[in-house]
Design a binder for this molecule. Structure first.
Ligand SMILES: Cc1cc2nc3c(=O)[nH]c(=O)nc-3n(C[C@H](O)[C@H](O)[C@H](O)COP(=O)(O)OP(=O)(O)OC[C@H]3O[C@@H](n4cnc5c(N)ncnc54)[C@H](O)[C@@H]3O)c2cc1C
Length: 380
């Protein structure tokens, strides 16, 4: 996108986040839902398709632009970002990367406009970090596949019209090489989306189990070659991890802003607590770490744009930034004292919201494994 146009998109989104989303964060938390006006506003800003190609009605942001947008979105309740996160992220990128022209034309315009929400359905009750062990099957029967299995914690599933489903087409135990991807319309007979989960944080963002019982899809619903899906999933996770790392940086900025404001106005011992060096130390640590995270994300995004292999640096960025925002949230609660422990205070909610970032799109331990394996591979 032209730099001036992108600057204008970014400043409009920043304004929307600060003027429209932040004032409604308590409502999002209490109702466990996103107000209709914010959904409409997100659609008008093109947020349901910011990373989808322009020819399909998206904004076509590059990863370098995507992370700048994510810094801005991370500043507000992460449930707002999550609403359109799957369309642009892991679900949308699979269709962009591997979909046929027909599949792209059928789904991407409706996803970009916000009419259609897509979910990425990889995890299962028995297959989380070890996603390649998934048990959902897709059995070929002439011109169709029959899908059976259960998917777990699927973000946006209760609202989704399209499920990007990973299922085993190879023999049982065929591992990563026996998995294929299917574009499954959510209203097909045999699909049950359970009640959405009750989570620790990120109220307003819904996850649910999705059950597939003899769901029949045409062979044309398969994305890419049979058995190649795992590679596709892992590639789309690289970009997804950079985006999540950037969201963490945005949240760290907000936690710091809340902490600085509080430290400047709260008085104890006859002076603002911000004048105490022990409080200053916490503010300085949070600032330093947020700066390190932002720099890391920007560097990794530049490398991704240049076509370098970014699996390691994307894992480094996701690992560092998700752990960093956890530390930042902890300090923010500490700086707020007893108030920081009370419901309704933004840092209390963010403390719970931030916890997820170390778990999904690969836990911290999985990022460590990815990083260390690549170091050892290079050494050999
Ligand atoms: C709110 C939320 C939204 C989600 N959204 C989606 C979604 O949209 N689509 C989707 O497909 N999935 C989604 N997930 C699933 C998510 O990706 C998984 O929860 C995550 O990958 C971890 O899997 P698990 O929960 O089964 O934990 P497990 O894999 O059982 O891990 C448990 C613990 O063991 C550790 N561990 C596992 N293997 C190793 C190892 N080899 N070495 C060291 N430690 C290890 C883990 O790091 C973790 O600490 C979501 C999850 C949540 C909570």
């Amino acid at each position: 996108m032209d730099a001036d146009v992108f600057d204008s998109v970014l400043s409009t989104v920043k304004r929307f986040v600060r003027d429209e989303v932040i004032p409604r964060e308590s409502e999002i938390e209490e109702t466990d839902d996103i107000p209709a006006e914010l959904v409409k506003g997100a659609a008008e800003l093109g947020l349901f398709g910011y990373a989808l190609p322009e020819e399909y009605g998206g904004l076509g942001l590059s990863i370098v632009e995507d992370v700048e947008l994510a810094f801005a979105l991370g500043y507000a309740s992460p449930a707002f970002r999550s609403l359109f996160g799957t369309n642009n992220g892991i679900a949308g990128q699979v269709i962009v990367a591997e979909g046929t022209d027909e599949q792209r034309a059928r789904y991407l315009p409706a996803m970009a406009s916000g009419e259609l929400l897509a979910s990425f359905a990889l995890s299962e009750p028995e297959a989380g970090s070890d996603a390649a062990s998934l048990l959902t099957t897709a059995e070929r029967d002439g011109d169709t596949y029959r899908i059976n299995g259960t998917k777990r914690f699927i973000t946006n599933a209760p609202r989704a019209g399209l499920l990007v489903v990973f299922a085993r087409t190879g023999a049982p135990g065929s591992g990563a090489k026996g998995i294929s991807t299917f574009l499954v319309e959510a209203d097909l007979p045999g699909i049950t989306v359970e009640e959405h989960d009750q989570k620790m944080g990120q109220a307003g963002s819904w996850t649910a189990d999705v059950l597939f019982n003899d769901v029949t899809v045409p062979a044309a619903a398969r994305v890419g070659e049979e058995g190649q899906a795992f590679r596709t999933a892992m590639r789309s996770l690289d970009r997804g991890r950079l985006h999540i790392a950037a969201v963490c940086v945005g949240m760290a900025d907000r936690l710091l802003a809340e902490s600085v404001t509080y430290a400047a106005q709260r008085e104890q011992f006859g002076q603002a607590i911000g004048s105490f060096q022990l409080i200053q130390g916490m503010l300085a640590d949070s600032k330093t770490e947020a700066y390190a995270g932002r720099t890391m994300v920007r560097d990794a995004a530049q490398r991704f744009m240049k076509g370098e292999s970014t699996t390691t640096v994307a894992a480094c960025a996701k690992y560092f930034c998700s752990e960093m925002v956890g530390r930042s949230a902890d300090r923010a609660v500490q700086i707020h004292g007893g108030n920081g422990y009370m419901r309704g205070v933004p840092v209390e909610r963010m403390y719970r919201d931030a916890r997820l970032f170390r778990i999904y799109e690969g836990t911290s331990q999985i990022q460590q494994i990815v990083i260390a394996r690549s170091l050892l591979r290079e050494a050999r």
